[in-house]
Design a protein around this ligand. Structure first.
Ligand code: NAP
Length: 278
């Protein structure tokens, strides 16, 4: 599954929407808050800025030092909530350990929460009510859709249960009528679960960890992992061995990561259109 090509198609379609909204006086605008010096986070944020530029959307990045305190960060979030020119706010995670991530996410205005992480939006997802969905799982669903991979009635196994990826991924697959198993670090015989999967989503953060012998022949494998090994970016799936068995598989890089940015841009544009009453 070519995330780069599919993401390019998605963003191409967003350009026209962004342009017509701008022509009507609303310039879609994403604000990103980045705290600290994590090199990977700086790369992700640059890619998001570039994504905005490519589709003709405004972006503002607020870079704050690693020793920013909770009160300052919360003040910044509130200011962006109150800024009518900002349609989407993204707090780049992870935050430095001394900051309370949940408290910051809870402050986001749910309408501007373009990563779908506010509890109100997480609740909407579980209840099956429309709202911004977390970008990475949404990107995985868009890939399955693009490649016409059937979901209803299929066995879907998600490995990893983070709020950012695993949990919302499981919810989206469940709403699409898959039978979903959600695995985590306490799961017993993970390989047996993985081997049953028609759709296998891996979001753990362990380089090349799922191997071909853990994949069902013909399965669709979505590798969410981004790991740096000897200066190279690799996924959680051992692509070489898994690709021999899988029917579909995403590469890393060039897979899910590209889709994540495309979905972020789409969520921001959706928020801008809603704000403009479009
Ligand atoms: P996370 O918050 O660290 O969660 C990791 C999950 O993996 C946890 O639920 C953990 O289980 C589970 N896990 C750890 N060891 C395991 C084991 N031995 N067996 C089964 N499950 C195990 O990570 P995340 O934020 O979801 O991210 C996961 C990966 O995706 C990372 O590599 C991250 O960089 C990448 N990522 C990529 C994108 C993208 O755009 N492509 C976006 C977000 C994240 P417990 O809950 O039991 O601890």
């Amino acid at each position: 599954m070519d995330g780069k090509a599919v993401a390019a198609q998605v963003t191409e379609a967003l350009k026209a929407r962004a342009a017509s909204l701008a022509a009507a006086g609303t310039h879609p605008h994403l604000a990103v808050i980045l705290v600290g010096d994590d090199p990977a986070s700086h790369i992700y944020v640059r890619n998001k800025e570039k994504g905005c530029q490519d589709v003709g959307m405004r972006s503002t990045v607020m870079r704050l030092p690693a020793d920013t305190d909770q009160a300052t960060l919360e003040y910044r979030v509130r200011a962006l909530n109150d800024d009518a020119s900002v349609h989407g706010i993204l707090v780049q995670l992870p935050l430095p350990a001394h900051l309370d991530e949940q408290a910051v996410l809870a402050l986001l205005h749910p309408d501007k929460d373009v990563d779908g992480l506010h509890v109100a939006n997480a609740g909407r997802l579980l209840a099956g009510i429309p709202g911004p969905r977390p970008c990475t799982p949404q990107g995985c669903m868009a890939l399955l859709d693009y490649y016409g991979i059937p979901i209803a009635g299929k066995e879907a196994v998600v490995i990893g249960r983070s709020n950012l990826v695993g949990k919302p991924m499981a919810a989206l697959l469940m709403h699409a009528n898959a039978t979903v198993t959600l695995c985590h670090s306490r799961t017993q015989d993970l390989a047996a679960h993985a081997r049953r999967a028609d759709i296998l989503v891996v979001a753990v953060g362990k380089p090349r960890w799922i191997t071909g012998d853990m994949v069902k022949p013909g399965a669709a494998v979505l590798d969410v992992g981004i790991n740096r090994v000897d200066g190279k970016v690799v996924g959680d799936v051992d692509f070489e061995s898994a690709a021999r068995v899988a029917g579909y598989i995403t590469p890393v890089p060039g897979g899910v990561g590209k889709m994540t940015i495309a979905m972020l841009l789409r969520n921001t544009l959706d928020a801008a259109e809603r704000a403009a009453g479009a």
